[in-house]
Write a protein that binds this ligand. Sequence first.
Ligand code: SF4
Length: 361
Amino acid sequence: MSHPFRFSDPRRARQLGDAIRLLAPREPVKLVHVCGTHEIAITRHGLRRFLPETVRVLEGPGCPVCVTPAADIETAIRMGEHGAIVCSFGDMLRVPGFGRSLDAARTDGCDVRTVLSADEAVHVAQATSREVVFFAVGFETTAPMTAAVTLERVPPNLSILLSHKRIPPAMAALLDLPDTGISGFLAPGHVSTIIGTAAYEPWMSGRRMPVVVGGFEPLDILYAIALLLRQIRDRRPTVENGYPRAVEKNGNLAAQRLLDEVFEPSAVAWRGIGVLPMSGYRFRSSFESLDARARFDVGEIPDSPDDAGCRCPEVLTARAVPSDCPLFGTRCTPLSPVGPCMVGAEGACAIWFRYDGERLL
Ligand code: SF4
């Protein structure tokens, strides 16, 4: 029995490629996605080869570990130096903070552990009498899991170093930065399953910015690009759902309730971008006792710029592609990363290095 919709069907891909060429304007347009999974699919499948010269697609701040500020990493390391067991996701451990990563801190004697979920950090805490810190990173996709654990069962020796981020405020902030020149956003499908297409509307209101939520198969992405180009051609910017098999207008209400019960929106720092209003979370007052920052006296740690040669701030704001950086593939490789974008599996530089993104540009 044939599948009703083959997501990698070359014939359909060619048809979408033809549609994209017909819809593409003569003047250059820059489409930006904010999702490492989109960048992996685009680069791995060579989708940029389907695009006419006038249409560029760049990754913005779509890699959760890449946008985690160095100050937060240093804070986690200092909590480890105070004797806590620090738990976080694998990629987070390799990202350099102020010259050192959590992995390096482990080599220096800190107890740093890789976990796959907030729930696993609970198990670590249940198995010890020592203090355990869960370094919680990620977008609206992972934040509900942190909220769920917070509501269910938190051992008294577990606290949470909160570094979750919200995508729509970051998209709006990109539009206010100089020289981003964005013509439309390909919005992330998985984040949108949680927040719904409606969540983008207040942030795009009055900005006349095309936004299309896209899935992650090659045809999903080409389809979303075609929808974006149609909005641009017709001068009818709106928030459009190009991934209706997974995303609804109002998203996952149960997950949103979890987030709302535990957290409130807060201004937080994004690596390479700065502090953005409403772009993260803080605990509501009834959960403040779980805040690792309140439990450990490590002081306020100000952020500082990355290595002078690293162009991650431009890559994370879609003002450069990885191959624009002179360190790409020379001084900076996945084995010896200089900046965060070469570490995270969803970082643009790591993806381009792995799939030869420059050749496929
Ligand atoms: S190649 Fe390395 S140094 Fe250059 S922008 Fe990417 S991560 Fe930063």
